[in-house]
Design a protein around this ligand. Sequence first.
Ligand SMILES: [Zn+2]
Length: 591
Amino acid sequence: MNRREFAAALAALAAMPTAIGGTALALTQGASGHPRLLVSSAEWTSLATRRKADPDLDRFVALVLDRARKDLDRSQLERKLDGRRLLGVSREFIRRVLQWAFAFRTTGDVVFLDRARREMLAVAAFPDWNPSHYLDVAEMTAGMAIGYDWLFNELPADARATIRQAIVGNGIGQARNGHKTFRSTNNWSQVCIGGMVLGALAVRDDEPALARDLLAAAQKDVFIGLSAYKPDGVYPEGPGYWSYGTTYSVLLIAALRNAGMSDWGVLAAPGFAGSAEFYAHSIGPSAKHFNFADGNEGQELPSPIVYLARELNQPALLTAKRDMIRKNQGVADRFAPLSILWWPAAESAPLPPLSYAGQGPQPVAIWRSSWTDPDAFWFAIKGGGAGHNHGHMDAGSFVLDMDGLRWAKDLGMQDYLSLESRGIDLWNMKQDSSRWKVFRLGSDAHNTLTVSGQPHSATAMASLRMVSDREALIDLAQVLGLRQATRRARFSNDAVEIEDQIEGATPGRDIRWAMCTEADIRIEGKTAILSQKGKLLHARFDGDTTRLEIRDISAPRSEIDHANPNTRQLIAVAPAGADSGWRLGVRFTRG
Ligand SMILES: [Zn+2]
């Protein structure tokens, strides 16, 4: 939406009748005890006041309402699988139903109620929600539960009964005594438990025994998936998957609390609440993620960062999200109405520290020169490696922002269907798996070291130790299969230095340093001058035998790979010395 369209949308909203006798009624809990899922009566009724006090929140609401109205014309969802997944349909269903239920409750316009009802009845008529890929069931149940609850008092009795039967028959009835997904150690456990509990809480008046059994089964397994946050909140599947898994754990917390129950200790689980800091630090001034593992660069406005910023009383964790709203972004997230309802007051709050470090399977160090300067230096680097859920061969890899641009980038994930449909054994993480033949996932594509083109070890994980607040030491020896190999990263407000040292390499063997970038590169001696959008970054290398090269990686490397448009690698190669040692230093500064 451009500025003029946005102004028009605001004007249209202002002109809209504020109620057709229903707004005030729709915002309070009826005698039925609904609505009760996720949002308190106070959060609903205070929204108008909070909008007046916070222009960002006001704009966010206007954006969501505008989108809700534009989406009214969309054709109804159908049960169409994409490969083995119905997940895209489940997610679009959540997005639609939440925004229409929210739009009805805040404007009183029955056109939204009617559209949400029709969409829910269409999905209730699906023969199933694809239980062979249970995430699809869990997400569909979540959307259906929220729509059912938020609109309960206005839905006709027969629609209520149909929707409730679908929640039971296609959803929670299959997990009455738990489900195998509850015990997985990745985001699946969080999503499936969260979705099923929402379903149970929505219908428990009519299905008390079923709800009681399901809640007990969910509570029993809830900490299995939450172990991912130990010890410091660095989510091992990266910030994109943090948003996914944490969304459903925050839904669980909010749903239990609003049902008058305890949150089962989820918020206090080791590393869980603190993971909001990991997430906020993992977004650079370019507005892009440190997208290690199977992640994408692009950020969204996920509801858990809003909820946790409020719970932690750290509204400054939303700085990057306020910037998004001011650019009319942030409405693509399917739970955007929850972000609105949970939005904390815009109090002046201390900014987070400039340095962040956290341990776990994928340890990271992240530094920035400022939270408020859009041109700030920002650098993030990781240990860990391939041997974990959604892992890439990215031990030692780093990303770098300066002047609001990303200079060193991670190519990120490649969509799963494109690989599964070509026979890639995508979830086999062993050394000889075809997973590691995918360019973006292997060590060759990451901003790290490789020896003679050898892939990193698929099982070794690199430790990361903080030498000081702004210096990290990563041990790459096992990952590279060498006696000794370290990467040391130092940050100052206007420079980043990386120093790599190796012992025990075969003399004369080429050792390669690499970095992916969308910047143009010019090489002058031992210096690479990177340029994009009129800005310059210098990378000065040392070492007598170092050769600098540029490798175009924009075209797919093989038929299984996707293209990486406008992307190249800066490569520095030097042979190991006669004493089996090798050393390379590089210093990044503003040009
Ligand atoms: Zn990667």
